[in-house]
Design a protein around this ligand. Structure first.
Ligand SMILES: C[S@@+](CC[C@H](N)C(=O)[O-])C[C@H]1O[C@@H](n2cnc3c(N)ncnc32)[C@H](O)[C@@H]1O
Length: 511
C-alpha cells in the first residue's frame, strides 16, 4: 500500500478495522489469555487500534512502537499507561523479547520505498525483490520468546512469491503457522486491497502431528462484524459455516514449495504432466500494434510478404475446450538483419512499421535483434515442429470461473499470453477434459495457483501437476465426453466429466 494520508513521512499508515483488530486479539492463545501480564508488542501501532483492543481484554504489559511522530503522540496521549516507543522497528536495537507481537505492518514493495528504508529492508531480508512487510515478519520472529506468538495481518503473497522464500524459511525453521485466516481480496482497507491473511505463528518446534487450522473466506460480501463473529465460531467449533470454509492441514514444512490455503488433494497413482506432454511458452512481439495485421492489410501484401504472415492464438481465443478466432501477425525472422533488405523484400510491411520505429527501438530487445524483429521467439522451433499436432492452449492468467484449456490441430502459434501443452503420451481429449474439470481446478488451486481473483497457469506449476493414472475405461469415458463437447461446442456435459472423475476416485479405478 502506498503512502496515502496527510501524516507525512509515514510509510503505509492504513488503519485496521476494529473488528479485525478484536479478532486478532482474540487469537491470543489460551495460555497467554490467562496470563494478563504477557508481554505484548504492537509493531507499527499507528493510532493504537490494537492497543485499545488489548486494553479492553485487560492485558497489562502492552507496548507499541511507531516511527511516525504524529501517530506516536496520538498513542502517547490516548494510552498514558502503556510503553510507546517513537522508533524505527527495522533498526530498533532491543534486548527485550515478547510473548506476543501483534499488528498490521506496512506493506510496500522494495522499489516503492525511500532509499534509507530500502537499505534497512535489505539489511534484514537480503533481497531487493522483497516487501517491507517481509522485514517486519523476520524481525518479529527474532523478537519473540520461545513459545511466543506472532499475530499479523499481511498480504498472501509471501505464500507463493519466489523472493519470499526467506520468510517461509524463517517460519519453518523457528516454529509453525498455527492458524491462517484467508480473507482473499475482501475490502478491509481504504485504497488498495491486496489478498490478505491473518496468521498466527508459534515460535516452537511443531509436534510431529501438528496441523495448521485454515479458514478460507467463502462469502466476500460480508461486514467485518460478521467476519469477527463467524471466524471465532469456525475456530471454536473447528467447522465451516456460511462465511468460512474450515480445514486442517499438515504444517508447512518446505520453503521451496508454494504454500496454499487449499486442502491437499491426494492422487494415489499419477504421472507428472511434464512426462506426458511438452509444455512451452509462446511468442512475444514486445510491441503488438506494430506486428498485428488486419485482413485488408494482408490482401495488399506481395507474395514474399504473405509468407511472413503467421497466425497466433491469444488468450482471448481460448473459449475452453475449443478455440474461436485467431490473430494474424507478420514475422520478420531474425536472419534478416539489414534494414535496406527489409525495405526491398517487405515494402508494405516496412511502410506499416516505420511510423512506430521509435517505440520499437525503445522496447526491450536482446542484443542480436533489430528494431523490426520480435522481442522473443520463445520455442519457435518446437512450435513449428508441433504445428500439425493436437495442441492445448491455456491463458497464462485467467479471470474466468472455469478453466479454458482449448484444443486445436491447426497450424497456429501461441502468443506470449498463452501456454501450449502438446500431449505426447496421453490422449489429447482425455487431457483436455481432465484439465477443464472442476476437480482439476480445485486440485490446481491447491498447488498454489491463485492470484487474487485470477488463476495463473505457469510452465513451472503445470509441469509438476499430477495427472491421475486412471484405468483405461475411465480415460476413454472422459475422452469421449470431451470429444462430444469439443465437436458440438456445448459445455453442458462438463459436469459428466466430474462425475466420472469422482466415481473413479471413490472406486479406486487407478492403474
Ligand atoms: C498499516 S499501518 C497499521 C497501523 C495500526 N497498527 C493499525 O492497524 O491501525 C502500519 C504502521 O506502521 C508504521 N511504520 C511504518 N514503518 C515503520 C517502521 N519502520 N517502524 C515503526 N513503525 C513503522 C506506520 O507509520 C503505520 O502507522
Amino acid at each position: 500500500m502506498k503512502e496515502e494520508n496527510s501524516i507525512t513521512g509515514t510509510i503505509s499508515f492504513i488503519e485496521t478495522p476494529s473488528d479485525i483488530a478484536q479478532l486478532m486479539v482474540d487469537l491470543v492463545s489460551l495460555n497467554f489469555k490467562k496470563k494478563k501480564d504477557a508481554v505484548i508488542l504492537d509493531s507499527g501501532c499507528g493510532k493504537g487500534i490494537f492497543l485499545k483492543e488489548l486494553q479492553k481484554k485487560n492485558f497489562t504489559k502492552v507496548e507499541g512502537i511507531e516511527l511516525n511522530q504524529a501517530l506516536y503522540k496520538i498513542c502517547k496521549g490516548e494510552f498514558p499507561n502503556l510503553k510507546i516507543y517513537n522508533n524505527n522497528y527495522l533498526t530498533w536495537d532491543t534486548k527485550k523479547r515478547y510473548d506476543i507481537i501483534i499488528g498490521n505492518p506496512p506493506y510496500a514493495h522494495y522499489n516503492a520505498l525511500p532509499s534509507e528504508v530500502k537499505e534497512q529492508v535489505f539489511e534484514i531480508v537480503k533481497n531487493k525483490e522483497s516487501d517491507i512487510y517481509y522485514a517486519f515478519m523476520l524481525k518479529s520472529i527474532d523478537l519473540l520468546r520461545e513459545g511466543g506468538e506472532l499475530i499479523y495481518i499481511v498480504p498472501y503473497s509471501f505464500f507463493y512469491n519466489t523472493f519470499a522464500k526467506t520468510v517461509r524459511e524463517k517460519i519453518i525453521s523457528n516454529g509453525y503457522l498455527d492458524l491462517v485466516i484467508d480473507l482473499d481480496e475482501i475490502r478491509l482497507f481504504k485504497g488498495e486491497n491486496p489478498e490478505t491473511i491473518i496468521l498466527k505463528f508459534v515460535k516452537k518446534k511443531p509436534k510431529e502431528e501438528e496441523k495448521t487450522a485454515i479458514l478460507r473466506i467463502k462469502n466476500k460480501n460480508v461486514s467485518t462484524e460478521i467476519i469477527l463473529r463467524d471466524a471465532i465460531e469456525s475456530i471454536n467449533k473447528e467447522e465451516s459455516n456460511d462465511t468460512f470454509q474450515y480445514h486442517k492441514k499438515a504444517v508447512f514444512s518446505s520453503s521451496d514449495e508454494i504454500w496454499t490455503t487449499y486442502p491437499l488433494i491426494e492422487i494415489p497413482s499419477y504421472n507428472y504432466l511434464k512426462d506426458l506432454a511438452w509444455i512451452g511458452v509462446g511468442l512475444v512481439t514486445g510491441y503488438e500494434k506494430g506486428f498485428i495485421l488486419a485482413e485488408k492489410e494482408i490482401r495488399k501484401l506481395n507474395v514474399n510478404e504473405k509468407k511472413a504472415v503467421i497466425k497466433l492464438i491469444k488468450a482471448t481465443h481460448c473459449k475452453g475446450f475449443w478455440i474461436e478466432g485467431e490473430t494474424s501477425y507478420f514475422l520478420i525472422e531474425d536472419k534478416f538483419q539489414d534494414e535496406e533488405e527489409i525495405k526491398k523484400l517487405f515494402p508494405n510491411l516496412y511502410e506499416k512499421i516505420l511510423p512506430y520505429k521509435q517505440e520499437m527501438i525503445e522496447r526491450y530487445l536482446p542484443n542480436n535483434k533489430k528494431w523490426f524483429h520480435w522481442q522473443a521467439l520463445r520455442n519457435i522451433k518446437k512450435h513449428t515442429n508441433y504445428s500439425s499436432s493436437p495442441k492445448i492452449y491455456v491463458p497464462n492468467l485467467d479471470r474466468s470461473k472455469v478453466n479454458r484449456f482449448s484444443l486445436s490441430e491447426e497450424s497456429i502459434f501461441p502468443s506470449g499470453d498463452v501456454l501450449t501443452i502438446v500431449p505426447q503420451k496421453a490422449d489429447p481429449y482425455f487431457l483436455l477434459g481432465y484439465l477443464n474439470s472442476n476437480f482439476f481446478r480445485e486440485y490446481y488451486l491447491s498447488a498454489g495457483a491463485r492470484r487474487g481473483h485470477r488463476i495463473t497457469f505457469t510452465q513451472r506449476i503445470l509441469a509438476n501437476i499430477k495427472i491421475p493414472r486412471f484405468e483405461k475405461e475411465v480415460v476413454q469415458k472422459i475422452a469421449s465426453i470431451t470429444k462430444k463437447i469439443f465437436l458440438e461446442k456445448q459445455k453442458d456435459q462438463l459436469s459428466k466429466i466430474d462425475e466420472v472423475i469422482q466415481q473413479a476416485f471413490q472406486n479406486g479405478n487407478f492403474e
